[in-house]
Design a protein around this ligand. Structure first.
Ligand code: SAM
Length: 257
């Protein structure tokens, strides 16, 4: 699986992030070598990334993404007509922006290591409802040929568990297959059983043909999930790898933002 390095601006466009969305506490999973969290930090946005590659080899990820960019650049030059050039204006700009993004990621993971948490779906190391908004790009649905339906079901429920408001997932197409993840409707029906409503929205971002939709899951009114943590005994704390801003402020009501 590629370790890609999408930028803060790509995330804004893939997930239609408004200024109001960016005032929330955000999880990016999988973060890969994307510079969303770094760009968020520069703008004072409270964001955390999680990825299984943030273990002991985390400092090699930026270099790996740069190498993958070089490989991708050759592919883009050879197959230019297979991609949509409305968001990027061509292979040169694509590679320049992605390489810049990998470098921004690399600097940020070194200077703010606490923002990058080693964790893998479907079991992430955060307490229930740790974030307001959860973003997930280029893993679920994209790798639907490699990751089975049970993984998707458990991962979707895990992302829902962590969100107090919404989960947004992009894209809905299978990687290199240019058609929608075939079990999407089944996943949406499964989520509806937990009172998680969902809708597909068109986004401005475009690159792989057809990839112009995201799925939004509304989590505020969800019912209990199989993996919800038991209520902690009073006075005991659960694992909390960073300082959770929202735990220090008065609780927000369901209808964020
Ligand atoms: C194609 S990259 C996408 C990264 C980033 N979202 C972006 O758009 O640039 C896929 C990422 O998924 C991560 N990954 C693989 N298996 C995972 C799992 N079980 N849970 C979370 N992340 C996983 C990989 O380590 C890799 O960084």
């Amino acid at each position: 699986m590629f370790v890609s390095a999408r930028s803060f601006e790509e995330y804004r466009s893939m997930f239609s992030l408004s200024e109001s969305d960016l005032s929330l506490r955000i999880l990016d999973c999988p973060g890969g070598a994307a510079s969303f969290v770094a760009g968020a930090g520069e703008r004072g946005v409270d964001a955390i990334a999680a990825d299984p590659r943030y273990g002991p080899d985390r400092k090699t990820l930026g270099t790996l993404a740069l190498r993958e960019n070089e490989h991708k650049h050759r592919e883009l030059l050879e197959h230019r007509e297979d991609f949509v050039w409305t968001w990027f204006d061509g292979p040169e700009q694509y590679t320049r922006l992605r390489s810049h993004s990998a470098r921004v990621f690399d600097a940020d993971i070194r200077t703010r290591p606490e923002r990058y948490v080693d964790g893998a779906l479907p079991d992430l190391p955060f307490p229930d409802r740790s974030f307001d908004l959860v973003l997930s790009s280029h893993l679920l649905f994209s790798y639907g040929r490699q990751l089975n339906e049970d993984f998707h079901r458990r991962s979707l429920l895990e992302l829902v568990r962590l969100s107090r408001w919404q989960v947004r997932i992009y894209p809905l197409f299978l990687h290199l297959d240019f058609k929608r993840y075939p079990a999407l409707d089944r996943m949406r029906a499964m989520l509806a059983e937990y009172n998680v409503t969902s809708r597909v929205e068109r986004v401005e971002y475009a690159f792989d043909p057809g990839d112009q939709e995201m799925l939004i899951l509304e989590c505020a009114e969800r019912s209990a999930l199989p993996q919800d943590e038991p209520e902690p005994a009073s006075g005991s704390g659960s694992y909390d790898p960073v300082r959770w801003r929202h735990l220090e402020s008065p609780a927000r009501s369901g209808g964020l933002p």
